[in-house]
Design a protein around this ligand. Structure first.
Ligand SMILES: [Zn+2]
Length: 509
């Protein structure tokens, strides 16, 4: 029985104690096993350092506390918002306190800062009255004073502005409903093209857009920004709850449906936000660096405890443990906390282009943005040339259960490593179990209570060990690819169409 379903006080206490004992015994055995496994390796300065650093993280790690502060004390961190800037100040203060060098903020431009001012409220008026579960998409404009009232019309093919032609008469003056049946992308949804088609609904005279999605029971899942470049969308766009959508679809088959809704969002433009940078300078080649990234921003539903509070906490605790070891790696480890990730990686795109001139000296970019559940290893996204170096490190990652190398490239274009990858920099994305993450991500449930302290500590140990080993190895981790090689790899891993989509509709330069 899980603790959350237990109600009796006494039972709960003893269950907690049993769980604590089980967990501490498991942790003790795990640490002992690590010490044993590391001891079996031919001892090298790097292996000894990693053993010291990971033991510190597993015994005295602070990632759980860092994440608690971000999620509970600061809260949702929409890029450029007051909470976000509070997180910028707080994380710089932590890095300084840990004795890191070169701690500073770097500004990047934003087309707009967006925050919800009121929740969306709405109801169906005809064929009968009924409350609807709605939430505004990010970077969508407010509804006009007095709200929006209109007939709902299902869009039959939202592929390109031309594909809307068949629905021209139905769209004018009405609320366009976009559900799964409206989407016919041949190679999976292309976000840039999708947003461009959504915005074309305005030219066809739609007054607002209703997007289906979410989960039972009537969750209207927040799905990030409604544009691919940080601009404000052309029309008010709301997401409708799961069961509400099914109801509207059934009723539309029988006749006409009218709804009304309203919400207000606060928009400030143009604007800017900050990425946060901190370094542990290398002892032999301080000009060469391993970049370790996570995103400081979150969406507004939930408090971003897993997406990406645990990532930020991992970076802070990696910095803490390496500093505490007193060991300095050959190359610099540069920590960067990015903003704007939830608006399609605006902060990391800006950072990669602002720092293009020094990317030849970036031996690897590591990102952690998949939560902190059981960690298996790293995604290499088709960079087979990284395998040899990772295999060398495997004996040190194996005791953490994280010597795996995944060929799955699904997330390549969806986090802060993307821009570095496209600039040819060798990248790694943390590979973790994600079932629980997907249950709560971008929803009100992405909160601190879902974070498992021991699993988080292990995932921090994987990030720290990998970053240190790459920074400390005599030879560079892998080479920088030419633009032609990047394109070739993208084609091989079937991500080329997504890349072209980003290039055409997003902010990719
Ligand atoms: Zn994220």
């Amino acid at each position: 029985m899980s603790l959350t379903t237990r109600t009796s006080g006494a039972g709960r206490g003893s269950s907690l104690r049993r769980r604590f004992l089980r967990k501490s015994t498991a942790l003790f055995l795990f640490v002992a096993f690590c010490a044993f496994a590391f001891a079996q390796e031919p001892s090298s300065p790097s292996a000894d350092a990693v053993s010291k650093i990971t033991a510190n993280i597993l015994h005295e790690g602070k990632a759980y506390e860092y994440d608690e502060h971000l999620a509970d004390d600061i809260g949702p961190r929409l890029t450029g918002s007051a909470n976000y800037e509070k997180a910028v100040e707080w994380s710089m203060e932590q890095f300084r306190r840990l004795g890191l060098e070169n701690v500073h903020a770097e500004s990047f431009p934003l087309k707009a800062v967006w925050e919800p001012e009121t929740n969306a409220i709405g109801r169906m008026i005809a064929p009968h009255e009924q409350t609807l579960h709605l939430i505004s998409l990010g970077w969508a404009p407010s509804t006009p004073e007095g709200g929006i009232r209109g007939k709902v019309e299902l869009i039959r093919n939202l592929l390109t502005p031309d594909s809307l032609e068949q629905d021209r008469e139905r769209i004018r003056g009405n609320i366009a409903l976009v559900d799964r049946s409206s989407l016919s992308f041949p190679n999976g949804l292309m976000p840039g093209q999708y947003f461009a088609a959504l915005s074309a609904l305005k030219q066809y005279g739609a007054v607002a857009v209703l997007v289906g999605g979410g989960r039972s029971p009537n969750d209207a899942e927040y799905a990030g920004a409604a544009t691919a470049d940080g601009s404000i969308a052309a029309l008010p766009i709301v997401r409708v709850g799961f069961e509400d959508l099914q109801l509207l679809s059934r009723l539309l088959k029988k006749g006409s449906v009218t709804i009304e809704f309203s919400y207000r969002n606060r928009i400030r433009k143009p604007a800017s936000a900050n990425n946060v940078v901190a370094e542990i300078r290398g002892r032999e080649h301080p000009e060469e660096f391993v970049l370790v990234g996570a995103h400081l921003d979150s969406v507004h539903a939930g408090t971003g405890a897993q997406d990406n509070g645990t990532g930020v906490a991992s970076l802070l605790d990696t910095a803490r443990a390496i500093r505490a070891s007193g060991i300095v790696p050959r190359r610099t480890i540069r920590f960067v906390l990015f903003g704007g990730e939830e608006e399609w990686e605006l902060g990391s795109k800006a950072y990669a282009s602002q720092h293009e001139a020094e990317l030849d000296r970036c031996t690897a970019m590591l990102t952690t943005d998949t939560g902190s559940d059981t960690t298996f290893g790293w995604y290499i996204n088709g960079r087979e040339d990284e395998v040899a170096a990772l295999q060398e490190m495997a004996p040190l990652l194996k005791p953490l259960g994280a010597d795996g190398i995944s060929q799955d490239a699904t997330f390549l274009l969806h986090s802060d490593h993307t821009s570095f990858y496209l600039h040819g920099v060798p990248t790694l994305m943390l590979w973790t179990e994600m079932a629980k993450y997907f249950q709560f991500v971008h929803q009100p449930g992405d909160t601190f209570d879902k974070v498992d302290k021991d699993k988080l500590a292990k995932s921090v140990a994987v990030v720290a060990a990998t970053a240190f080993l790459i920074a400390d190895r005599p030879a560079p981790f892998a080479k920088r690819q030419s633009p032609a090689e990047v394109e070739e790899t993208l084609k091989k891993i079937k991500q080329y169409d997504g890349y072209l989509d980003m290039k055409q509709y997003g902010t990719l330069k």
